[in-house]
Design a protein around this ligand. Structure first.
Ligand SMILES: [Zn+2]
Length: 231
């Protein structure tokens, strides 16, 4: 398979859409090869089933127009950064060979999200090892960028915000594919869950003088080739 340029790794199907969906659309519009790797199938949940969730994921994937999407089939609700999970994810990195990996922000109420963030950090390091029995050739994703799909009402300071104004409507269409997660059984009086998703995107857009934005955080410094793209 031809290497990916960008890979978003998600604890559950729907996290990538929520946290980085607009940015993935922007990268795809620029001609990049963009994938999503879900670590679990996200089930059980109160209003879903494995079949419903798989159908919703396929629909969201089609709306986004992803180059590639896969699922590592690790245990939902019991996700842990084990050595076996690290080997599986490092093997995926070596085969998909992304330059940039998107990971969930490390502070979260959901243990799967905390575990996923730590697992991605560790697998990135393992992926470059020589003299290992991992599949594929050694590969080190140059960057990890953390997105916000967080089950805490916290307000981390992003390292940068991407203007996703041109892609926000399509991102929302992808998010809305997950009816079992974001619509079924949730309050229908405004502000609904989907209203909250839109309003936060609007807030981060306001913060950079744009209509809609997605915030990201990096541990390592962000390097720029120049200032041409600064808003
Ligand atoms: Zn999740």
């Amino acid at each position: 398979m031809q290497p990916l340029d960008y890979l978003a790794v998600a604890p559950h199907p729907d996290d990538a859409e929520l946290g980085v969906g607009g940015t993935l659309l922007s990268l795809l519009a620029d001609g990049a090869r963009v994938g999503v790797l879900d670590l679990t199938d996200g089930e059980p949940t109160p209003h879903g089933s494995p079949e419903i969730r798989a159908g919703e994921t396929a629909a969201a994937t089609a709306v986004l127009g992803l180059t590639w999407r896969g699922n590592l089939a690790l245990p939902n609700r019991s996700l842990e950064a084990t050595l076996a999970a690290r080997a599986a994810l490092a093997g995926a990195f070596r085969q998909l060979r992304p330059r940039v990996v998107f990971a969930p922000y490390w502070e979260d109420a959901h243990p799967d999200h905390v575990a996923a963030s730590a697992l991605i950090d560790a697998a990135r390091f393992w992926a470059k090892l020589t003299k290992s029995d991992l599949p594929g050739e050694p590969h080190h994703p140059a960057r990890i960028v953390y997105y916000f799909a967080v089950h805490l009402r916290i307000h981390p300071k992003p390292s940068f915000v991407v203007d996703v104004s041109a892609h926000h409507a399509r991102k929302m269409r992808a998010v809305e594919c997950y009816q079992s997660q974001f619509v079924a059984g949730r309050p229908t009086t405004p502000p609904t869950f989907l209203d909250d998703v839109r309003d936060r995107a609007r807030y981060w857009g306001w913060a950079i003088g744009a209509a809609y934005g997605e915030p990201f955080l990096t541990r390592e410094e962000v390097g720029l080739r120049g200032l041409r793209d600064l808003l």
